[in-house]
Design a protein around this ligand. Structure first.
Ligand code: ZN
Length: 111
């Protein structure tokens, strides 16, 4: 019911039960619907949302720092490709060894 009210599925409540058995059809969210679900979660649980975003950001920065150190010692002819990450912004990932580094580190060491 909540899923239908939030507009996350095109199904009406009467149509929901038969479709529920087709798991993928019901729960496969489009990007627009995923964005709406995120907005609802943010309104319902702002502290949990902030905590999860902060944890994700801190984790990414931690692992990128390790990857930056490794990128200078790995025996890889890095093939850096530019990406955008939520909250992180521009960063680079090596298509060969899959290390991820910040834009600043890329400019200081590989550009
Ligand atoms: Zn590499």
């Amino acid at each position: 019911m909540l899923i239908t009210q939030a507009g996350l599925t095109h199904l009406t409540p009467n149509e929901l039960r038969p479709e529920f058995q087709e798991y993928n059809n019901l729960w496969q969210l489009e990007n627009k619907r995923h964005g709406k679900l995120s907005e609802i979660f943010k309104k319902l649980y702002p502290s949990i949302n902030d905590g999860l975003e902060n944890f994700w950001y801190q984790s990414m920065m931690y692992w990128m720092k390790i990857d930056e150190d490794k990128s200078l010692t790995e025996s890889c002819l890095h093939d850096w490709k530019r990406y955008e990450f939520f909250k992180i912004g521009t960063h680079y990932r090596c298509e060969k060894c899959r290390l991820i580094i910040t834009e600043l580190f890329y400019k200081n060491n590989f550009a």
